[in-house]
Design a protein around this ligand. Structure first.
Ligand SMILES: [Zn+2]
Length: 317
């Protein structure tokens, strides 16, 4: 049986339904939980998060992939409760958003240690939750070049992906040559990697999406909705029409099978105010209507939201 790990246990791939492939229940920088200004009670977090997931379900959403790495507020017992309450499958990740969000304990760890950590979280479980990770998160640290620590994490992630068959999801796809070299050295086919944030306003100009897709990589147009049109746009925002045009150009070149879409929204941000009026439901409320208006047919929309993420997330071993 082809299957995917969710926080409530493995499920058959066919049960994923519509997938938001790169989202966050709550994302914060390591240590934000230590600043008392930012404490949120569990009740506040539920109150912010449950309506968004319920709406996601009402729109026909099936699966929410939480791309929050170790040290960024990942909270699997909470995810289990949210999934049980809302009926949304939640996939949790192992790994790190980037080397620069790994706390010193992990930042000093060897490739072997990190590999064992990732494999344990995928095959045994995350802490004592009993939940197994369904994806591995890696990323490029701030500064635009892969650091030595980023490379150590990528190598450990590649080994864990080869061992377990769970795919890798990256934060940023800039400076991709070292990443592609590491994956090749470790024998990981690039279709097991989603190169993320190819579409955001800061990184899109420096992300060789076609170069990566030509080598088999999957490309994440996964910051949909972070638009300059928002009242208070973040620094990575991009004009709505420009992002859509970039995306349509990419799939128009024949790379539909390599494309994955998501909103990278936070249900309840941790330690920062978040971006107002941006939620995972952008996919249903804005992106799908925009695609239809641009003449994209229903079969293509299903490929993007159902088939491509199912193919990516399915455990290959
Ligand atoms: Zn993210």
């Amino acid at each position: 049986m082809s299957r995917v790990n969710t926080v409530l246990g493995p499920i058959p791939t066919e049960e994923l339904g519509i997938v938001a492939v790169h989202e966050h229940i709550g994302y914060g920088m390591p240590g934000s939980e230590l600043d008392t200004r930012w404490w949120k009670s569990p009740e506040e977090r539920y109150a912010e998060t449950v309506p968004k997931l319920r709406r996601f379900r009402e729109y026909g959403g099936g699966t929410f992939v939480d791309a929050t790495g170790i040290c960024n507020g990942r909270d699997v017992d909470y995810y289990k409760s949210l999934s049980a309450k809302t009926g949304v499958h939640i996939v949790a990740c192992t790994g790190f958003v980037g080397g620069d969000t790994a706390l010193p304990f992990f930042a000093r760890a060897s490739v072997d240690y990190l590999t064992r950590q990732f494999v344990h979280e995928i095959t045994v479980g995350i802490g004592d939750t009993g939940s197994r990770a369904g994806v591995i998160k890696v990323g490029v640290s701030r500064g635009g070049r892969m650091t030595e620590l980023d490379k150590r994490i990528y190598r450990a992630a590649a080994r864990a992906a080869v061992t377990t068959g769970v795919p890798i999801l990256t934060h940023l796809a800039i400076d991709p040559e070292p990443a592609v070299a590491i994956f090749a050295e470790e024998g990981l086919p690039l279709d097991r990697v989603l190169f993320g944030h190819a579409d955001d306003g800061v990184n899109a100009p420096n992300t060789p999406d076609v170069w990566l897709a030509e080598r088999g990589g999957r490309i994440g147009f996964d910051t949909f909705g972070y638009e300059t049109e928002l009242d208070d746009p973040p620094f990575w925002a991009r004009p709505r029409r420009e992002r859509l045009a970039h995306f349509l150009d990419f799939i128009g070149k024949g790379y539909l099978d390599k494309a994955l879409v998501s909103a990278d929204a936070n249900c309840s941000p941790l330690g920062w105010p978040g971006v107002k009026r941006h939620t995972v439901n952008y996919l249903f409320e804005d992106l799908v209507p925009d695609l239809r208006e641009a003449g994209v047919d229903e079969a293509t929309i299903t490929t993007l939201l159902v088939d491509n993420p199912a193919d990516f997330l399915t455990i290959t071993t």
